[in-house]
Design a protein around this ligand. Structure first.
Ligand code: BMA
Length: 311
């Protein structure tokens, strides 16, 4: 039997549309952080229109979540934000950074998809800061600290010439980004050959930044979304120390294989724990939320000992 890097929680799925006190079609692609001794989840839901909003749920143990009575974020009505969020807000990712929690999200409109950045001190209110990309970007994750004085993000611009790849950018103030470079590409005829994108915000380990990303493979029955790992150098995350050759999670449970979009496991968040494990969260088939645990050292080891090239 293949080595299992992620142990699925036996109570999966952990959150479904039946748990949400307002009408939604799906609950998926959630960012999660630990806030004191509570776990806060921001999840994406499709409405009956097919457009998405973001909801909030809380937990004491990281597995059993209660959804709040109302959505956390819906498309803005304020100038500029309203124009670019008209078709919905999707795939929130949360990073604790200095004095606040920052959330990146995909904003859809007739102008395409771009990334919004918002901030919350306590998950009671949310303040939009800026759009931090132009169109044709998704999957932005912020590093949880400044590196060499600058903020750092990974994301995935789209281009017809080169397959969807992972880029790094830097900022002095979280609003203005530059020094962008491509650092990781899909590998032809590999499980992540069609596209890759950042998943959970990077996790600091002794040996490097652990990046849990998604990779996509084309089949006659549609695309399969799986998760893999890469390790970035701590003081220079543009340098990739290793990319695990094998996936760490693929669709296997019924609710990952069948749903709104079949054969999808897609992560926007993982929570490192003091005992060296992490809780990993993923959307199953763009329909439900699932959770599992992994040993951080085993994921780091996979990046370093069973590697494929980053580019
Ligand atoms: C991607 C995004 C994700 C989604 C995935 C699978 O392109 O739209 O939000 O989970 O496809 O449908």
């Amino acid at each position: 039997m293949n080595k299992l890097f992620v142990t699925r929680y036996e109570g999966n799925p952990i959150l479904t549309r039946d748990d949400i006190p307002y009408p939604v079609q799906t609950v998926h692609n959630a960012g999660v952080v630990k806030c004191g001794d509570r776990y806060i989840m921001l999840f994406r839901s499709h409405l009956d229109t097919g457009r998405s909003i973001i909801g909030l749920a809380e937990s004491d143990d990281g597995f059993s979540f209660r959804a709040g009575p109302e959505p956390f974020m819906v498309p803005s009505k304020a100038p500029v934000f309203a124009e670019y969020e008209a078709f919905g807000v999707e795939d929130p990712r949360i990073t604790r950074l200095e004095d606040a929690y920052y959330m990146t999200y995909s904003a859809y409109s007739a102008h395409g998809v771009r990334i919004g950045l918002a901030k919350t001190p306590d998950f009671k209110s949310v303040e939009r800061i800026a759009f931090i990309t132009q169109a044709d970007y998704r999957n932005t994750v912020l590093f949880p600290e400044r590196i060499d004085g600058r903020y750092v993000k990974l994301d995935r611009p789209h281009s017809d010439i080169s397959p969807w790849s992972i880029w790094i950018s830097y900022s002095p103030d979280l609003r203005h980004w530059g020094d962008s470079r491509l650092i990781m590409k899909p590998v032809p005829y590999h499980w992540d050959q069609t596209k890759i994108g950042p998943g959970a915000p990077p996790i600091r380990t002794e040996r490097g930044w652990l990046n849990i990303y998604h990779g996509v493979f084309p089949t006659m029955a549609g695309h399969v979304y799986r998760l893999g790992v890469a390790l970035h150098k701590l003081d220079d995350p543009a340098q990739i120390l290793g990319v695990g050759d094998r996936w760490i999670l693929q669709p296997e449970d019924e609710w990952e294989i069948v749903g709104y979009v079949p054969n999808v496991v897609f992560t926007c968040g993982a929570v490192p724990e003091e005992d060296g494990t992490l809780k990993l969260y993923w959307g199953g088939a763009d329909s439900v939320m699932c959770a599992g645990t992994a040993v951080i050292d085993e994921l780091v080891e996979l990046c370093l000992t069973d590697s494929r090239p980053a580019i």
